[in-house]
Ligand binder design. Sequence first.
Ligand SMILES: [Zn+2]
Length: 167
Amino acid sequence: MEFVGTNEDEKYMKDAYRQAKKAYALGEVPIGCVIVHEGKAIGRGYNRRNTDKSTLAHAEITAIKRASKVIGDWRLEECTMYVTLEPCQMCAGAIVQARIPRVVMACMNPKAGCGGSVLNILDMPQFNHQVETVRGVMEEECSALLKTFFKELRIRNKLEKEVTEKI
Ligand SMILES: [Zn+2]
């Protein structure tokens, strides 16, 4: 089911946005995530897939690992996840596995998202856990950061190609 965001949601999404900027600074696709429990951020993560050379280094997985360490349980039953981009199939699966009850997303990812775009793994009646979702919190900022990243990446790739062709 889909719900509307609150002021609290904006506050924590700002934190997730700061995480996304860390990924951006590393030249990674800027995606950030924060997990909040009883008003406190207990797990943060940002995309480090290229840096760590790992498929598992998505922002959400890192945040889940850290939050579980703090809680001392794989179940994150009283937590809310804030993520700047709709989760992929792996992360949406991990969210369901961790029993996270609520996920707040900034932007949707029409080509790969599994929180309602390609699939909605977060809300499958066949699974034993469904996640309440909120969309569009700080969408403009998070989407602008992604667009800037991909624009710069295209320019970099074009320049690299030109240089290679001249050698
Ligand atoms: Zn993912």
